[in-house]
Design a protein around this ligand. Structure first.
Ligand code: LLP
Length: 418
């Protein structure tokens, strides 16, 4: 069953109408489909079933603990980038021994906590980080597994903000530094090098950059093998794109088949860190039209979700489909769908042809990844509710924030009052 479908002119997610959800939980709200999440996970996992593999879901894409719990029950591993994400995975029942810790700026306390929790592997991005982890591991009397995240200098052909694999980007270790650093690891008592990794970017819609990346990693793997440095895994990162508009990314199976063809001759496990491909098309953002402004120049529909709720259109010029929740007759007009925030960048969709009335509900499609997880309280707006639909039922998995939550951590200084 597709994620969204119309029944009697009303939009449904699984067996629940979005109108019913809006009545019960108000708007703006993020709504996810259990079936879509489960299906995406199984598709990914089955696609790699014929070779040794480990799928570590990139928590940053959507870090709600109900979603992490669902993935943990499906036996997922996790790719994290902060101690906050680590604690979320643990809280959700994820196995620390299946966690990979990525990220260019791991702090001392984060490393300590991750070692104590017993994570699987740190993907390290610099010599400084290697030394820091070695020191901490020594102090804690532990041996820590690491992989080198390599900067392969490959252009992912995606938006510049989410391209991470070229020399211009802060990420990863230069290819030329890999062999000297691998030699150095052999002299460090508390570190074990078990893999090499790369993550060249996100929303990648062509197989070419992935294939270049795996070729680069296999090349380094062979060089290290010849030096008698044996690795357990190659980690190709995340980055597989989804269709928002008219992009044609490789299907998960196509992606897997092409990677498997490259790696199958090697006695090595492949690690993948998908985020968007698991959750992206499994969620929508539900919002309500507050005002319609028809001008000589343009028509605006002002909705109750803003760039604080969904920042992708403003930040990356991203296009996301916007669907009416209830179909009704009337004249179609071109609208700019804009939020209530006091910035002109606060536009969710430009030039959308819709029949609209004040009070209508709209669903911003493919909002499951980097939607809620990038939301903020800008303009002192309470963050949206999150709801997980499973068959006939809608479960609240994050309450809408309240005004009390908004400034719960702040204090007025009585002493500086005049
Ligand atoms: N692994 C690492 C080390 C990453 O940095 C990322 C994403 C992933 C895996 C997962 O990538 P995915 O499979 O989701 O493409 N906020 C942007 C996307 C930023 C991605 C950051 N890193 C957006 O909304 O398009």
């Amino acid at each position: 069953m597709p994620l969204l479908h119309y029944e009697n002119n009303n939009l449904y997610i699984e067996n629940v109408s979005l109108k019913t959800i809006a009545t019960e939980y108000d708007t703006p709200s993020y709504i996810y489909s259990y079936a879509a999440l489960e299906n995406n996970w199984h598709t990914f996992n089955h696609a790699f079933a014929s070779i040794p593999h480990r799928i570590c879901y990139a928590v940053k894409a959507n870090s709600n603990i109900a979603i992490l719990h669902l993935l943990a029950t499906l036996n997922a591993g996790f790719d994290i980038v902060s101690v906050g994400e680590l604690e979320r995975v643990i809280k959700a029942g994820g196995n620390p021994n299946k966690i990979i810790f990525s990220g260019v700026g791991k702090k001392q306390t984060e490393i300590e906590r991750a070692i104590q929790a017993g994570i699987y592997c740190f993907n390290i991005e610099s010599e400084g980080e290697l030394d820091r982890i070695n020191d901490i591991a020594k102090q804690l009397n532990k041996t820590v597994q690491i992989a080198f995240r390599i900067n392969p200098n490959i252009n992912a052909q995606t938006h510049s903000h989410i391209s991470t694999g070229t020399k211009d980007n802060k990420f990863g270790i230069d290819i030329d530094e890999v062999v000297p650093l691998a030699h150095k690891v052999t002299t460090l008592s508390s570190i074990k090098l078990i893999g090499i990794a790369a993550h060249i970017g996100s929303q990648i819609t062509d197989m070419g950059p992935f294939l270049k990346t795996i070729d680069c990693l296999l090349n380094i793997y062979q060089q290290l093998s010849h030096l008698n440095i044996k690795l357990k895994h190659i980690d190709i990162g995340g980055g597989l794109g989804i269709t928002y508009h008219n992009e044609k990314p490789p299907a998960i199976t196509e992606y897997a088949d092409a990677l498997k063809e490259k790696i199958s001759g090697y006695p090595i496990e492949i690690i993948l860190e998908p985020g968007r491909a698991i959750v992206g098309n499994a969620g929508v953002l539900l919002t309500r039209v507050e005002y319609l402004k028809h001008t000589q120049h343009k028509n605006f529909a002002i909705v109750d979700a803003g760039m604080n709720d969904i920042i992708r259109p403003a930040l990356y010029d991203a296009w996301q489909n916007i669907l009416p929740v209830e179909l009704h007759r009337g004249d179609k007009k071109h609208y700019e769908i804009a939020g209530p925030i006091c910035e002109s960048a606060d536009v969710i969709g430009k030039n959308r042809e819709l029949v609209l009335q004040v009070g209508d509900l709209l669903a911003v499609d493919s909002a499951g990844a980097y939607g809620f997880s990038m939301s903020s309280n800008y303009n002192s707006r309470c963050r949206a509710a999150e709801i997980l639909v499973h068959g006939d039922e809608a479960h609240l998995i994050r309450k809408r924030e309240t005004i009390t939550d908004l400034f719960a951590l702040e204090r007025v200084l009585q002493s500086v009052t005049p």
